[in-house]
Ligand binder design. Structure first.
Ligand code: NAP
Length: 338
Protein backbone atom coordinates (compact mmCIF):
# COMPACT_ATOMS: atom_id res chain seq x y z
CA UNK A 1 0.00 0.00 0.00
CA UNK A 2 1.18 3.56 -0.59
CA UNK A 3 -0.85 6.67 0.18
CA UNK A 4 -0.23 9.97 1.93
CA UNK A 5 1.31 9.73 5.38
CA UNK A 6 2.37 12.26 7.98
CA UNK A 7 5.52 11.45 9.95
CA UNK A 8 5.88 13.88 12.85
CA UNK A 9 9.32 15.12 13.90
CA UNK A 10 11.18 14.78 10.59
CA UNK A 11 14.40 16.14 12.13
CA UNK A 12 14.65 13.10 14.42
CA UNK A 13 16.73 9.93 14.18
CA UNK A 14 13.93 7.34 13.96
CA UNK A 15 11.62 9.57 11.91
CA UNK A 16 14.42 10.08 9.36
CA UNK A 17 14.62 6.36 8.66
CA UNK A 18 10.82 5.99 8.66
CA UNK A 19 10.61 8.77 6.05
CA UNK A 20 13.37 7.23 3.94
CA UNK A 21 11.65 3.84 3.88
CA UNK A 22 8.20 5.28 3.15
CA UNK A 23 9.46 7.45 0.28
CA UNK A 24 11.40 4.46 -1.04
CA UNK A 25 8.18 2.42 -1.04
CA UNK A 26 6.29 5.06 -3.01
CA UNK A 27 4.40 6.90 -0.28
CA UNK A 28 3.79 10.64 -0.44
CA UNK A 29 5.24 11.83 2.85
CA UNK A 30 4.56 14.93 4.89
CA UNK A 31 6.60 15.75 7.93
CA UNK A 32 6.53 18.27 10.75
CA UNK A 33 9.44 20.21 12.22
CA UNK A 34 9.20 22.70 15.05
CA UNK A 35 10.95 25.33 13.01
CA UNK A 36 10.45 25.46 9.23
CA UNK A 37 13.80 27.24 8.90
CA UNK A 38 15.31 23.74 9.30
CA UNK A 39 13.62 22.37 6.18
CA UNK A 40 16.62 22.71 3.83
CA UNK A 41 19.02 21.15 6.35
CA UNK A 42 16.69 18.23 7.12
CA UNK A 43 16.08 17.64 3.39
CA UNK A 44 19.86 17.46 2.85
CA UNK A 45 20.23 14.90 5.63
CA UNK A 46 17.32 12.73 4.49
CA UNK A 47 18.43 12.82 0.85
CA UNK A 48 15.16 11.41 -0.54
CA UNK A 49 13.16 12.34 -3.64
CA UNK A 50 12.22 15.93 -2.71
CA UNK A 51 9.03 15.80 -4.76
CA UNK A 52 7.68 13.05 -2.47
CA UNK A 53 8.30 14.97 0.78
CA UNK A 54 6.75 18.17 2.12
CA UNK A 55 7.34 20.05 5.38
CA UNK A 56 4.96 21.68 7.85
CA UNK A 57 5.73 23.68 11.00
CA UNK A 58 4.13 22.18 14.13
CA UNK A 59 5.14 22.05 17.78
CA UNK A 60 3.86 19.46 20.25
CA UNK A 61 3.05 22.33 22.59
CA UNK A 62 0.78 24.28 20.26
CA UNK A 63 -2.28 23.55 18.11
CA UNK A 64 -0.90 25.62 15.23
CA UNK A 65 0.02 23.72 12.07
CA UNK A 66 -1.28 20.24 12.92
CA UNK A 67 -4.52 20.53 10.89
CA UNK A 68 -2.61 21.70 7.78
CA UNK A 69 -0.02 18.93 8.19
CA UNK A 70 -2.70 16.21 8.43
CA UNK A 71 -4.99 17.45 5.64
CA UNK A 72 -5.30 14.73 2.99
CA UNK A 73 -3.40 12.09 4.99
CA UNK A 74 -4.76 8.57 5.37
CA UNK A 75 -1.96 7.45 7.72
CA UNK A 76 0.12 8.98 10.53
CA UNK A 77 3.33 7.91 12.21
CA UNK A 78 3.52 10.09 15.30
CA UNK A 79 7.20 9.84 16.18
CA UNK A 80 8.01 13.25 17.72
CA UNK A 81 8.43 13.40 21.48
CA UNK A 82 11.11 15.04 23.64
CA UNK A 83 14.10 12.79 24.32
CA UNK A 84 16.82 14.93 25.93
CA UNK A 85 20.11 13.49 27.18
CA UNK A 86 19.78 15.17 30.57
CA UNK A 87 16.94 15.37 33.05
CA UNK A 88 14.76 18.49 32.95
CA UNK A 89 14.29 20.64 36.06
CA UNK A 90 10.69 19.43 36.33
CA UNK A 91 9.17 16.18 34.96
CA UNK A 92 6.36 18.16 33.30
CA UNK A 93 8.85 19.66 30.83
CA UNK A 94 8.78 16.24 29.13
CA UNK A 95 5.42 14.84 30.23
CA UNK A 96 3.31 17.76 28.98
CA UNK A 97 4.67 17.93 25.39
CA UNK A 98 4.74 14.13 25.08
CA UNK A 99 1.16 13.65 26.30
CA UNK A 100 -0.50 16.80 24.98
CA UNK A 101 1.42 16.57 21.70
CA UNK A 102 0.12 13.04 21.09
CA UNK A 103 -3.43 14.19 21.87
CA UNK A 104 -3.04 17.21 19.55
CA UNK A 105 -1.85 14.93 16.75
CA UNK A 106 -4.73 12.50 17.40
CA UNK A 107 -7.39 15.22 17.40
CA UNK A 108 -6.03 16.69 14.17
CA UNK A 109 -5.84 13.21 12.64
CA UNK A 110 -9.48 12.47 13.50
CA UNK A 111 -10.61 15.82 12.05
CA UNK A 112 -8.68 15.07 8.84
CA UNK A 113 -10.23 11.59 8.48
CA UNK A 114 -6.95 9.69 9.06
CA UNK A 115 -7.55 5.91 9.13
CA UNK A 116 -4.37 4.55 10.73
CA UNK A 117 -2.33 6.21 13.49
CA UNK A 118 0.93 4.58 14.60
CA UNK A 119 2.46 6.17 17.69
CA UNK A 120 6.10 5.71 18.64
CA UNK A 121 5.94 4.79 22.30
CA UNK A 122 8.81 2.93 24.00
CA UNK A 123 9.76 0.01 26.16
CA UNK A 124 10.08 2.85 28.69
CA UNK A 125 6.27 2.53 28.88
CA UNK A 126 6.56 -1.21 29.63
CA UNK A 127 9.49 -2.31 31.74
CA UNK A 128 10.16 0.19 34.53
CA UNK A 129 9.10 0.64 38.14
CA UNK A 130 8.85 -3.11 38.86
CA UNK A 131 11.25 -4.85 41.24
CA UNK A 132 13.21 -7.97 40.26
CA UNK A 133 11.50 -9.01 37.01
CA UNK A 134 13.79 -11.60 35.43
CA UNK A 135 11.60 -12.95 32.62
CA UNK A 136 11.23 -10.97 29.39
CA UNK A 137 8.66 -8.17 29.44
CA UNK A 138 5.70 -8.41 27.04
CA UNK A 139 3.20 -5.96 25.59
CA UNK A 140 0.78 -6.87 28.40
CA UNK A 141 2.85 -4.91 30.90
CA UNK A 142 2.97 -1.24 31.81
CA UNK A 143 5.59 0.79 33.62
CA UNK A 144 4.59 1.68 37.17
CA UNK A 145 5.07 5.44 37.10
CA UNK A 146 5.04 5.50 40.90
CA UNK A 147 8.07 3.17 41.10
CA UNK A 148 11.39 4.44 42.52
CA UNK A 149 14.05 6.35 40.52
CA UNK A 150 12.06 6.74 37.31
CA UNK A 151 13.34 9.36 34.89
CA UNK A 152 11.07 12.09 33.55
CA UNK A 153 11.49 10.49 30.11
CA UNK A 154 10.20 7.09 31.30
CA UNK A 155 7.20 8.80 32.89
CA UNK A 156 6.57 10.92 29.79
CA UNK A 157 6.44 7.89 27.48
CA UNK A 158 4.16 5.90 29.80
CA UNK A 159 1.77 8.75 30.48
CA UNK A 160 1.64 9.77 26.80
CA UNK A 161 0.86 6.26 25.56
CA UNK A 162 -1.82 5.74 28.22
CA UNK A 163 -3.41 9.12 27.46
CA UNK A 164 -3.43 8.37 23.74
CA UNK A 165 -5.04 4.96 24.24
CA UNK A 166 -7.65 6.41 26.62
CA UNK A 167 -8.49 9.19 24.13
CA UNK A 168 -8.83 6.71 21.26
CA UNK A 169 -11.14 4.49 23.36
CA UNK A 170 -13.32 7.49 24.26
CA UNK A 171 -13.23 9.68 21.17
CA UNK A 172 -11.20 7.98 18.46
CA UNK A 173 -14.15 7.21 16.17
CA UNK A 174 -12.88 5.07 13.31
CA UNK A 175 -9.13 5.67 13.82
CA UNK A 176 -7.09 2.46 13.99
CA UNK A 177 -4.48 3.24 16.65
CA UNK A 178 -1.46 1.16 17.56
CA UNK A 179 1.96 1.69 19.09
CA UNK A 180 5.50 0.64 18.29
CA UNK A 181 7.51 0.36 21.53
CA UNK A 182 11.24 0.39 20.70
CA UNK A 183 14.00 -0.46 23.15
CA UNK A 184 17.36 1.36 22.91
CA UNK A 185 17.74 2.34 19.27
CA UNK A 186 21.20 2.07 17.68
CA UNK A 187 22.47 2.16 14.12
CA UNK A 188 23.95 4.77 11.79
CA UNK A 189 23.22 8.36 12.77
CA UNK A 190 22.30 10.66 9.90
CA UNK A 191 23.81 13.85 11.30
CA UNK A 192 25.42 15.42 14.35
CA UNK A 193 21.89 16.24 15.57
CA UNK A 194 21.58 12.72 16.87
CA UNK A 195 19.37 10.91 19.33
CA UNK A 196 20.19 10.47 23.01
CA UNK A 197 20.08 6.70 22.43
CA UNK A 198 23.48 6.62 20.73
CA UNK A 199 25.16 8.26 23.75
CA UNK A 200 26.25 4.88 25.15
CA UNK A 201 28.23 3.99 22.00
CA UNK A 202 29.54 7.56 21.68
CA UNK A 203 30.76 7.62 25.27
CA UNK A 204 32.53 4.28 24.84
CA UNK A 205 34.17 5.36 21.60
CA UNK A 206 35.37 8.79 22.73
CA UNK A 207 36.63 7.39 26.03
CA UNK A 208 34.56 9.79 28.12
CA UNK A 209 33.60 6.92 30.44
CA UNK A 210 36.69 5.68 32.30
CA UNK A 211 35.33 2.13 32.60
CA UNK A 212 32.31 -0.04 31.91
CA UNK A 213 29.26 0.52 34.11
CA UNK A 214 27.16 -2.57 34.81
CA UNK A 215 24.40 -1.34 32.52
CA UNK A 216 22.57 -3.39 29.95
CA UNK A 217 20.07 -2.41 27.32
CA UNK A 218 17.61 -4.37 25.22
CA UNK A 219 18.56 -2.83 21.88
CA UNK A 220 17.33 -2.60 18.30
CA UNK A 221 18.57 -1.16 15.02
CA UNK A 222 17.07 2.10 13.75
CA UNK A 223 16.61 0.56 10.27
CA UNK A 224 14.65 -2.35 11.78
CA UNK A 225 12.55 -0.05 13.95
CA UNK A 226 11.70 2.07 10.90
CA UNK A 227 10.66 -1.13 9.14
CA UNK A 228 8.41 -2.03 12.10
CA UNK A 229 6.69 1.36 11.83
CA UNK A 230 6.10 0.82 8.12
CA UNK A 231 4.73 -2.68 8.73
CA UNK A 232 2.37 -1.27 11.37
CA UNK A 233 1.21 1.38 8.88
CA UNK A 234 0.58 -1.23 6.17
CA UNK A 235 -0.83 -4.33 7.88
CA UNK A 236 -4.58 -4.96 8.26
CA UNK A 237 -6.40 -4.95 11.63
CA UNK A 238 -4.02 -2.94 13.79
CA UNK A 239 -6.57 -1.33 16.13
CA UNK A 240 -5.28 -1.41 19.71
CA UNK A 241 -2.09 -3.28 18.84
CA UNK A 242 1.15 -2.76 20.76
CA UNK A 243 4.46 -4.00 19.38
CA UNK A 244 7.67 -4.27 21.35
CA UNK A 245 10.47 -3.48 18.92
CA UNK A 246 13.61 -4.99 20.38
CA UNK A 247 16.44 -7.35 19.75
CA UNK A 248 18.47 -9.02 22.49
CA UNK A 249 19.95 -7.29 25.54
CA UNK A 250 23.54 -6.05 25.35
CA UNK A 251 25.71 -4.92 28.24
CA UNK A 252 28.11 -2.00 27.98
CA UNK A 253 30.85 -4.63 28.24
CA UNK A 254 29.38 -6.53 25.24
CA UNK A 255 29.39 -3.32 23.23
CA UNK A 256 32.98 -2.55 24.22
CA UNK A 257 34.13 -6.02 23.13
CA UNK A 258 32.37 -5.60 19.76
CA UNK A 259 33.94 -2.17 19.20
CA UNK A 260 37.43 -3.39 20.12
CA UNK A 261 37.16 -6.45 17.90
CA UNK A 262 35.65 -4.75 14.86
CA UNK A 263 37.23 -1.28 14.90
CA UNK A 264 40.77 -2.08 15.99
CA UNK A 265 42.83 1.06 16.64
CA UNK A 266 39.81 3.29 16.05
CA UNK A 267 38.45 1.81 19.29
CA UNK A 268 41.60 2.60 21.25
CA UNK A 269 39.75 4.80 23.77
CA UNK A 270 37.06 2.20 24.49
CA UNK A 271 37.53 1.18 28.12
CA UNK A 272 37.93 -2.44 29.23
CA UNK A 273 37.75 -2.20 33.03
CA UNK A 274 34.38 -2.93 34.64
CA UNK A 275 33.23 -0.25 37.09
CA UNK A 276 31.56 -1.14 40.38
CA UNK A 277 28.12 0.44 40.80
CA UNK A 278 29.15 2.68 43.71
CA UNK A 279 31.85 4.33 41.56
CA UNK A 280 29.37 4.93 38.75
CA UNK A 281 26.97 6.56 41.21
CA UNK A 282 29.76 8.87 42.37
CA UNK A 283 30.75 9.69 38.75
CA UNK A 284 27.07 10.35 37.94
CA UNK A 285 27.06 13.16 40.49
CA UNK A 286 29.24 15.06 37.97
CA UNK A 287 27.69 13.72 34.75
CA UNK A 288 24.02 14.53 34.07
CA UNK A 289 23.81 11.98 31.23
CA UNK A 290 25.02 9.16 33.52
CA UNK A 291 22.62 10.35 36.22
CA UNK A 292 19.70 9.40 33.94
CA UNK A 293 20.64 5.71 33.99
CA UNK A 294 22.02 4.99 37.47
CA UNK A 295 18.61 3.59 38.48
CA UNK A 296 19.28 0.78 35.97
CA UNK A 297 22.69 -0.32 37.29
CA UNK A 298 22.93 -4.12 37.73
CA UNK A 299 19.31 -4.55 36.62
CA UNK A 300 19.42 -6.40 33.31
CA UNK A 301 16.09 -6.62 31.53
CA UNK A 302 14.92 -8.39 28.43
CA UNK A 303 12.06 -7.72 26.04
CA UNK A 304 9.97 -10.26 24.17
CA UNK A 305 9.45 -9.07 20.59
CA UNK A 306 7.76 -12.26 19.38
CA UNK A 307 4.45 -10.47 18.79
CA UNK A 308 5.99 -8.21 16.11
CA UNK A 309 7.78 -11.19 14.58
CA UNK A 310 4.69 -13.43 14.55
CA UNK A 311 2.05 -10.89 13.53
CA UNK A 312 4.06 -8.64 11.22
CA UNK A 313 6.86 -10.91 10.00
CA UNK A 314 9.35 -8.43 11.51
CA UNK A 315 13.04 -9.34 11.62
CA UNK A 316 16.03 -7.78 13.38
CA UNK A 317 19.68 -7.68 12.41
CA UNK A 318 22.40 -8.76 14.83
CA UNK A 319 23.24 -6.26 17.58
CA UNK A 320 26.90 -6.42 16.51
CA UNK A 321 26.01 -4.83 13.16
CA UNK A 322 24.06 -2.04 14.88
CA UNK A 323 26.87 -1.23 17.33
CA UNK A 324 29.54 -1.19 14.61
CA UNK A 325 27.41 0.88 12.22
CA UNK A 326 26.64 3.40 14.98
CA UNK A 327 30.33 3.80 15.70
CA UNK A 328 31.24 3.95 12.01
CA UNK A 329 28.75 6.77 11.42
CA UNK A 330 29.98 8.73 14.46
CA UNK A 331 33.53 8.51 13.11
CA UNK A 332 32.67 9.16 9.46
CA UNK A 333 30.60 12.25 10.32
CA UNK A 334 33.44 13.59 12.49
CA UNK A 335 31.26 13.49 15.62
CA UNK A 336 33.84 11.36 17.43
CA UNK A 337 37.52 11.92 16.65
CA UNK A 338 39.47 8.72 17.07
P1 NAP B 1 15.30 12.40 18.42
O1 NAP B 1 16.24 12.24 17.28
O2 NAP B 1 15.70 13.28 19.54
O3 NAP B 1 13.91 12.87 17.84
C1 NAP B 1 12.93 13.47 18.62
C2 NAP B 1 12.04 14.27 17.70
O4 NAP B 1 10.98 14.86 18.45
C3 NAP B 1 12.80 15.42 17.02
O5 NAP B 1 12.34 15.52 15.70
C4 NAP B 1 12.38 16.62 17.84
O6 NAP B 1 12.42 17.85 17.14
C5 NAP B 1 10.94 16.24 18.14
N1 NAP B 1 10.43 17.04 19.25
C6 NAP B 1 10.86 17.08 20.53
N2 NAP B 1 10.14 17.98 21.21
C7 NAP B 1 9.25 18.53 20.35
C8 NAP B 1 8.25 19.51 20.45
N3 NAP B 1 7.99 20.16 21.58
N4 NAP B 1 7.50 19.79 19.35
C9 NAP B 1 7.76 19.16 18.18
N5 NAP B 1 8.69 18.22 18.01
C10 NAP B 1 9.43 17.92 19.09
O7 NAP B 1 14.97 10.99 19.08
P2 NAP B 1 14.52 9.61 18.43
O8 NAP B 1 15.37 8.59 19.05
O9 NAP B 1 14.40 9.68 16.97
O10 NAP B 1 13.09 9.46 19.09
C11 NAP B 1 11.92 9.49 18.30
C12 NAP B 1 10.80 8.84 19.07
O11 NAP B 1 11.17 7.51 19.39
C13 NAP B 1 10.45 9.51 20.39
O12 NAP B 1 9.05 9.39 20.57
C14 NAP B 1 11.18 8.65 21.40
O13 NAP B 1 10.58 8.71 22.67
C15 NAP B 1 10.98 7.29 20.77
N6 NAP B 1 11.92 6.27 21.21
C16 NAP B 1 13.26 6.40 20.97
C17 NAP B 1 14.12 5.39 21.38
C18 NAP B 1 15.59 5.46 21.14
O14 NAP B 1 16.33 4.67 21.75
N7 NAP B 1 16.07 6.34 20.26
C19 NAP B 1 13.62 4.26 22.05
C20 NAP B 1 12.25 4.18 22.29
C21 NAP B 1 11.41 5.18 21.85
P3 NAP B 1 13.70 18.82 17.21
O15 NAP B 1 14.69 18.24 16.22
O16 NAP B 1 13.16 20.12 16.83
O17 NAP B 1 14.23 18.75 18.62
Amino acid sequence: MAGTVLVSGGSGYIAGYVIRQLVGEGWTVRTTVRNLAREAEVRRVLAVDNAKLSFFGADLESDAGWAEAMAGCSHVAHVASPFPATAPKHDDELIVPARDGALRALRAAKAAGVRRFVMTSSTAAIGYGHAGVERPYTEAEWTNVHGPNLSAYVKSKTIAERAARDWVAREGGGIEFCTVNPSLVLGPVLSADMSTSVEAVKKLLDGSVPGLPNLSFPAVDVRDIADLHVRALNAPNMAGERFIGSGPTATMADMAVILKRRLGTEARRVPTIKLPDFLVRIAAMFDPVMRQVTGELSKPKTMDASHARDKLGWKTRPIEESVVDTARSLIDLGIVKV
